[in-house]
Design a protein around this ligand. Structure first.
Ligand code: TUI
Length: 307
């Protein structure tokens, strides 16, 4: 399937892997790229040198295109932004902020820049600033989210910009891909489904929690502080929600979440850790290789779209 995104990125299928914190490391990114999608290293809160090592490890595993996601709320964002240039990275996606300050440096380095946007206003601003495409991410997504849903955000962003739009949030199979294309998207970005991939290094407890999740098992915490984060309901989210309702400050709640994602992903503490996942977790029921996932989804999507 050819779109402006597959052409721009030099990939076989219009599928991009989300730059998930602690999850999007070299084995997952290389597996997605090897399978014909675009794998991403998630910079998350990691120092620049850790991201550099991850980039080099991907290069040992694949010659195919891959990218790096720069998480703009990270204290190391400046370092990671510089490392991607030094390492000759071709594609950068950004999340959780406005990448304006890095745009000139990245464009001068010949990098294809694709910011995640959660609103039409930011999409337009990014296009004006030189973005090559945008990822319109709806609030069905796991992790840090915006307000608008994928169904409403994608067509509005498609109407507002001329650069190609990638849809994200709530997409987990070929039906979701076909639906996103109907809304005008030219590629999709998937996170939650790739978390349970065979090549994904997340703890088995985390994968099992996603595989057994039901449709309404995710909750959003942190809305009252302007830092909404979606994850699967557990002891931690219950405690967070209770303290949030009591009016505890963001700083007071931070101690609950600090390191909590790492505890869930690396140590498998899915009771007191943060199990970030999107609303589509309820539909994800099997662990497969990235290749199996991508080929199954593309077969389903092309059949539905009658391509
Ligand atoms: O970034 C994400 N998802 C993430 S980042 C992350 S790490 C983290 N963990 C805990 C708290 C905070 C971060 C976990 N998941 N997705 C991309 C995304 N970007 N979603 C929404 C946005 C976004 C929202 C508002 C981008 C820009 C924006 O406004 C920028 C501005 O300054 O106007």
């Amino acid at each position: 399937m050819k779109t402006r995104i597959t052409e721009l990125l030099g990939i076989e299928y219009p599928i991009i892997q989300g730059g998930m914190a602690w999850v999007a490391e070299h084995s997952l990114a290389a597996a997605v790229s090897e399978a014909g999608g675009l794998g991403l290293i998630g910079g998350a809160n990691a120092p620049g040198e850790v991201v550099r090592e991850e980039i080099r490890k991907v290069r040992e595993l694949t010659k195919k295109p891959f990218g790096v996601n720069v998480m703009l709320m990270s204290p190391h964002a400046d370092d990671v932004a510089r490392v991607v240039v030094e390492e000759g990275i071709k594609v950068v996606t950004t999340g959780a902020g406005n990448p304006g300050t890095y745009m000139k440096m990245w464009k001068e380095a010949g990098i294809t820049v694709i910011p995640v946007v959660a609103s039409v206003a930011l999409a337009k601003m990014m296009e004006r600033g030189g973005a090559d495409a945008v990822i319109a991410e709806g609030s069905e997504s796991g992790g840090h989210i915006g307000e608008a849903t994928t169904m409403t955000l994608v067509p509005q962003v498609v109407d507002a910009v001329s650069v190609p739009v990638i849809a994200a949030g709530g997409i987990g199979d070929g039906r979701g891909i076909a639906a996103a294309f109907m809304l005008g998207a030219e590629a999709v970005q998937l996170g939650t489904r790739f978390v349970v991939a065979k090549e994904s290094i997340v703890h088995d407890n985390y994968k099992k929690r996603i595989l057994k999740a039901k449709d309404i098992d995710s909750v959003v915490t942190g809305r009252s502080h302007g830092h909404p984060v979606r994850g699967l309901r557990n002891q931690m989210t219950r405690e967070y929600t209770r303290l949030e309702a009591e009016g505890k400050s963001f700083e007071e709640l931070e101690y609950l979440t600090l390191g909590a994602l790492r505890n869930a992903v690396v140590d498998g503490d899915v009771i007191n850790g943060t199990v970030m996942a999107g609303q589509i977790a309820g539909m994800i029921t099997k662990e497969q290789t990235c290749r199996e996932m991508i080929e199954e989804m593309m077969a389903q999507a092309t059949k539905l779209l009658k391509i």
